[in-house]
Design a protein around this ligand. Structure first.
Ligand code: ADE
Ligand code: ZN
Length: 329
């Protein structure tokens, strides 16, 4: 079996961030909107730095304006993931973009996304679950409405709650109400932290929001006591090395801390974050990691098992997926 065909579990993927640029260009053309400024000559997304990336992301997302647009987006994204062996994916979804935080509109978007996920599961064998996510730089007040949308729709498909966006804006405690609301609704919790800010931000996130998983978390490496604490607590890191390198947080794959975090006993997993923005895929992530850290099949099996254990889906789904991860004779 080729690296590309090997079954993979991915926990950290932004649905809009995974939109193939050709898909967004096509949608813009259908709506007669000119967003050509967000593409480079090769047709890929053009961005300069993290803040600009967030602006380009939101400009691309601006052409997604109906449940039907999201149904088509979900199918396009899952087709790409499945082509790289992904059998289970958790995607961040934002009611900010899907219906402007109105619960009734949100239910319509969600129904369309879930419908596409069911179609992809039947046709391509990939299972999708959703992590509902306020955007940090839209502010704490909006995060409350997002949490209400999440709590109202928690269930088999909506299984998690998170937070993304500009990490430099607001403090973790500003989002405690939203996280408490999501926790009470039975949702699994994750939070982006330690991507742009250092170890203290990870500590503050754990104290204020108590997530079982951290999105990125890689800058924990700057404080080995925190690394050991993460290992002891069993906090799972959703590491996206290609994203970190593309955004300039680390110079190259060998300099990326995932190897050290793994060796020190932290539960790391691997994801793509926003694959077309960072010119990556799950196959490329595995390939570069194998090369940089001499990781063999045994390590990738461990990463898959860690990810499946930490997944926010129900036990039945996990058991079915576990069977598909077993090596075939
Ligand atoms: N939204 C999409 N990608 C993100 C990232 N890498 N960090 C924070 N928010 C994001
Ligand atoms: Zn992310």
């Amino acid at each position: 079996m080729t690296l590309k065909e090997q079954p993979k579990i991915e926990l950290h993927l932004h649905l809009e961030g995974a939109a193939p640029p050709a898909f967004i260009r096509g949608l813009a053309a259908e709506k007669r909107e000119d967003i050509s400024g967000i593409f480079d000559e090769g047709g890929g997304y053009a961005w300069r730095d993290f803040r600009h990336f967030l602006r380009v992301y939101e400009a691309a997302t601006s052409v997604l304006r109906s449940p039907e647009d999201y149904r088509r987006l979900t199918l396009a994204v899952l087709e790409e993931s499945a082509a790289h062996g992904v059998i289970y994916s958790e995607t961040f979804l934002s009611p900010d973009f899907c219906g402007g935080r109105d619960v009734t509109a949100w239910r319509d978007y969600l129904a369309a996304i879930e419908d596409a996920a069911a179609e992809a599961e039947a046709k391509m064998g990939i299972t999708l679950r959703a992590i509902i996510t306020p955007i940090r730089h839209f502010g704490p007040e909006k995060s409350r409405d997002v949490a209400i949308c999440a709590a109202e729709t928690a269930g088999r498909f909506v299984t998690g709650f998170g937070i993304a966006g500009d990490e430099m804006i607001c403090e973790p405690k500003d989002f405690a109400w939203a996280f408490d609301c999501a926790r009470e609704a039975g949702l699994g919790l994750t939070a982006h932290a330690g991507e742009w800010r250092g170890p203290q931000h990870i500590r503050d996130t754990l104290a204020a929001l108590a997530p079982s998983r951290i999105g990125h978390g890689v800058r924990a490496i700057e404080d080995l006591a925190l690394v050991d604490e993460l290992a002891e607590r069993g906090t799972v890191l959703e590491v996206c090395p290609g994203s970190n390198i593309s955004l300039g947080i680390y110079r190259d794959w060998r300099k990326h801390p995932i190897g050290q975090l793994y060796d020190r006993g932290v539960k790391v997993t691997v994801s793509t974050d926003d694959p077309p923005f960072f010119h990556t895929t799950m196959t490329r992530e595995w390939d570069r990691l194998a090369d940089a850290f001499d990781w063999d099949q045994g390590v990738f099996d461990t990463l898959n098992r860690t990810a499946l254990d930490a997944a926010f889906c129900d036990r039945d789904t996990k058991e079915k997926l576990a069977k598909r991860l077993e090596p075939r004779a």
